[in-house]
Every structure is written in structure tokens, then in C-alpha cells.
Design a binder for this molecule. Structure first.
Ligand code: MLT
Ligand code: MN
Ligand code: ZN
Length: 306
């Protein structure tokens, strides 16, 4: 199984178009040792040709252009993206669906019922796309059964409900529904290796911890270093908890959670990194601290083979 990081940043990207925080300003001017990143997405394949796009970012076109594997060019109109799955209905994970409208067959889309509802009401992408390629709906039932994704016959995909948040535009933002956010476990049928992926993770519930602990690759929410980071920088009124993102530091934070997992050869990688997060500074103390804990920071183009 191959996993390719297409976008390792949170919503807004890095640098964010209107942001002049230390990180965004520094990377723009070249005065900071940091690397730009596009918005949250990965692609998964078992044969290296047919890919499941997991989250359709607003930066999808740039991501495709940067990823030759997604462009097999077998026909006049063609793409390696065989199907799409979105793990929530957040803008950074679904806007790219509109960019895939030139397909000549309906776009296979795997989503939970609650995400489908948001994409049919608050942000009616499904009805917009019905005037273009259309969508072939695949329900993620959250009934304990593995998903069936025809393009990836040798990868088992399990979805788990997560405590996080529906998007701000969602009719049920303040009344969470099961399926607003999911985590995914990808298991390679041949190697038996597992990857856990959750770019938005607000709390470590027991079933989540179990899935994380069993994974050989943990690709997990790296949005914020401190819960009140955006408030302290004067950039937002929301904490990480308000947005459904568990911060790295503090009691019960992501570093502590990852420290408690000691599976041999496990890789622990933070992804969906907000542009304010000091871990983006490659020669900074926060990055050194992560390294001491054996935790990596995802970047665009990073690839894993499991
Ligand atoms: C989030 O996960 O909270 C998002 O990145 C927010 C957004 O896309 O605006
Ligand atoms: Mn996001
Ligand atoms: Zn910024």
C-alpha cells in the first residue's frame, strides 16, 4: 500500500493568503526556515496507478500537478484518482470536489450520511455537481464493516467515528452527529501493515486509542501546538477544542498520547498543521522537542509504503 501526502497543512494553507503571523510572513519573505504547504489531503493506492483521494482540498489542482502518479494518461481524458472519500465536510476537505467536475462519469464519493447531508444542504456541492459529472454516492455506514472501495481491492479500509466538529456552516455545528468526522484505518492485505489517519481529532476516545496503538503509521491531527494558540496571536476567538482539534502540548495533549504508544518501528507523523503552529519552523525548539519524542512533521509530497 502506498500513501502519498498531497497537502499537509490545515485549512488556509501555509502561508495563508491574508496572514502575516510570524510563520506566514517568515516563509513568504524567506527569513524563516520553513516550507510552504497546501491544504489537507492524502492519496492511497495498492497498485500505484489507481488512487483513492482522501479529502478533496481547495489546492487539489496544484496537488495533482505536483504528483505525476496521479496522471497515468491512459486515455484522452484520464486521472489516477479513481474515487474520493471525505472525512468530514470542512471547506479544506471538500471544496476540491468542484475542481473534479470535468469527469465524463459520475465521481465516486465515499462519505457518511451526516457529511452527505452537509454537502446537500449547508454547502450543496452534490446538487451543483449534478449539473456536471454527477456523484456516485457510496455510504460510509459506520456499522463496523470495512468499506468497499473497488479501486483498492487489496487495502482494507475501516472508518471510525470521531469526536470533533461539523463545519461552521453545518446546520448541526452545535449538535454533533455520529459521522460528522471520521478517522480511517488502512490495512494492507499482503503485508498486514496498518495506517491510522485522522487530520481532525478532538478527543482520544478508547476506540480511537486502540486503533492508533495498533497502527504502524500514525498520521494524526497536528493543527495546533497550544490549545489557545490562535487566541494568543490575536487571530481567532476559538481554541483548538472549539474547533475539534486536540493540541500537541498540555496535559492529555497529542505528544503525551503518542508517547504512550510504543509499538516497534511505529512512525508517528503530525499532519493538518495550522500555519500558526511553531513546529513549522524547521530549526526551532518545538521541532527539536518533537524529534526527541520520535514525532515527525508531515510535508507535501511525503510518501509511505506499508
Ligand atoms: C479545520 O479543520 O478546523 C479547518 O481546517 C477549518 C477550515 O478549513 O476552515
Ligand atoms: Mn481542516
Ligand atoms: Zn499565519
Amino acid at each position: 500500500m502506498k500513501i502519498k501526502v498531497l497537502g499537509s497543512s490545515a485549512g488556509g494553507g501555509f502561508p495563508q493568503w491574508n496572514c502575516n503571523c510570524r510563520n506566514c510572513d517568515g516563509v513568504r519573505r524567506g527569513t524563516l526556515k520553513a516550507t510552504p504547504r497546501t491544504q489537507s489531503s492524502i492519496a492511497v493506492s495498492d497498485n500505484g496507478t489507481d488512487w483513492l483521494l482522501v479529502n478533496a482540498s481547495p489546492d487539489i489542482l496544484a496537488q495533482i500537478a505536483a504528483t505525476p502518479e496521479l496522471q497515468p494518461a491512459r486515455r484522452a481524458r484520464d486521472s489516477g484518482i479513481a474515487a474520493v472519500l471525505t472525512m468530514d465536510a470542512q471547506i479544506d476537505h471538500v471544496t476540491g470536489l468542484l475542481m473534479l467536475r470535468e469527469r465524463d462519469t459520475p465521481l465516486p464519493l465515499h462519505v457518511t450520511d451526516s457529511v452527505w447531508q452537509d454537502l446537500s444542504t449547508g454547502f450543496p456541492v452534490t446538487s451543483i455537481l449534478s449539473h456536471y459529472c454527477g456523484i456516485e454516492r457510496h455510504r460510509i455506514a459506520l456499522d463496523g464493516n470495512a468499506l468497499t472501495v473497488p479501486a483498492l481491492p487489496r487495502v482494507r479500509i475501516d472508518a471510525l467515528p470521531l469526536a470533533s466538529k461539523a463545519p461552521p456552516y453545518s446546520p448541526h455545528r452545535e449538535a454533533p452527529e455520529r459521522g460528522d468526522n471520521i478517522g480511517l484505518v488502512f490495512t494492507d492485505a499482503a503485508s498486514g501493515k496498518r495506517a491510522f489517519y485522522a487530520p481532525g481529532l478532538g478527543a482520544i476516545e478508547p476506540h480511537v486509542y486502540e486503533a492508533m496503538s495498533d497502527a504502524d503509521l500514525i498520521l494524526v491531527d497536528g493543527t495546533l501546538w497550544t490549545d489557545d494558540e490562535m487566541i494568543r496571536l490575536g487571530l481567532s476567538k476559538k481554541t483548538g477544542a472549539d474547533m475539534g482539534h486536540l493540541a500537541q502540548t498540555g496535559a492529555g495533549g497529542m505528544i503525551e498520547v503518542l508517547d504512550s504508544i510504543d509499538r516497534p518501528n511505529v512512525r508517528k507523523v503530525l499532519i493538518h498543521i495550522n500555519n500558526t503552529n511553531p513546529i513549522l519552523v524547521e530549526d526551532g525548539p518545538e521541532r527539536r522537542l518533537l524529534a526527541e519524542h520520535g514525532i515527525e512533521v508531515a510535508s507535501d509530497g511525503m510518501a509511505f509504503e506499508l
